[in-house]
Ligand binder design. Structure first.
Ligand code: GDP
Length: 289
């Protein structure tokens, strides 16, 4: 998956040929720095990582093993942000999740994937089609819901996303759903009007959590927009979509470190089962090859 960064990390490790060779460690960290920056890891994240790895390697005696151990532990630490992991149910059902993100990020597909994930775990799930911004989004969610056999709330005559979301929530409460997933309006870029609309939906619905779907293929932009959503709306988790197509691998590190919101799931393909709980160890193993 991440052939280039994995290869570069190996090159960095191979710079250290002898024990306690400080000059070689400097060369190795320089190589690692280049690899991380090339993989779209934010420059601040890279700087912090390199400093910690260097210190940890020196403290445990310079060598290939200690360098790799330091690298593994620092990458895992970085990806282990405090907060929830995977899906968390609220004490009073329905657990209500607002699904947010830029248009094309994979928000509607991910709403379906998450519904499917919960259905497999025997939960009663309702998805609500409140993305009235993209014409095809409601139809797309209807098709996905039919495919995975999950209930959907929509109202083709209702143009107000707040009223739609409230009606969906009322249905979810009345009919004892465990989870309500609300697909909200996507947008091409950060847009003040749509941000305000989303904020109003949030205030009306009082969701258990807000998930931001970030497209791994957009590199640094994914980190920037997630930060803006965090500041303007408040987000509780990031789902990194299209991880299967991400050849660089750095965006997860940057989001964890710069946005400081836990990564909850990764999207690993276009199909409904292609969703995995984000587990730091597993991601680090993939990065290190
Ligand atoms: P939305 O506008 O954010 O609702 O985006 P969509 O859900 O329509 O997704 C946009 C495109 O991304 C579609 O072609 C999806 O099949 C694709 N997509 C979504 N998630 C993933 C993923 O994890 N991996 C891959 N390869 N494609 C994905």
């Amino acid at each position: 998956m991440f052939d280039s960064i994995t290869g570069s990390i190996r090159n960095a490790v191979n710079k250290i040929r002898h024990q306690d060779d400080v000059a070689a460690l400097t060369k190795a960290t320089a190589e690692l720095k280049k690899a991380l920056l090339k993989a779209d890891v934010h420059h601040k994240t890279t700087k912090e990582l390199i400093a910690s790895i260097e210190l940890q390697t020196k403290n445990s005696g310079i060598g290939q093993d200690s360098f790799l151990r330091a690298l593994k532990s620092e990458l895992t630490n970085l990806l282990t942000t405090s907060g929830n992991q995977g899906f968390v149910f609220s004490s009073t059902p329905p657990t209500t999740i607002l699904m947010t993100g830029l248009q094309g990020s994979g928000k509607t597909t991910t709403t379906g994937k998450l519904a499917n994930y919960l259905k497999i775990r025997k939960k009663k799930v309702l998805v609500a089609a409140c993305d009235l911004q993209r014409l095809a989004a409601v139809e797309q969610l209807k098709q996905i819901a039919a495919q995975i056999e999950v209930d959907i709330y929509f109202d083709d005559n209702e143009k107000d996303p707040i009223k739609l979301a409230l009606a969906a929530k009322e249905k979810a409460i009345k009919e004892h759903y465990d989870v309500l997933l609300i697909d909200t309006a996507g947008r091409l870029a950060i847009d003040e009007e749509l941000m305000l609309q989303l904020k109003n939906v949030k205030d009306a619905i009082n969701p258990s959590e807000i998930f931001y779907v970030a497209d791994a293929l957009t590199g640094h932009d994914a980190t920037k927009t997630a930060t803006t959503f965090k500041e303007k709306i408040g987000i509780d988790g990031v789902i990194l979509s299209k991880y299967d197509g991400d050849t660089k691998g750095g965006v997860a590190l940057s989001i964890a470190n710069q946005v400081e919101v836990p990564l909850r799931f990764i999207g690993t393909g276009e199909k409904m089962p292609d969703l995995e709980v984000f587990i730091p160890d597993r991601i680090v193993s993939r990065l290190l090859g």
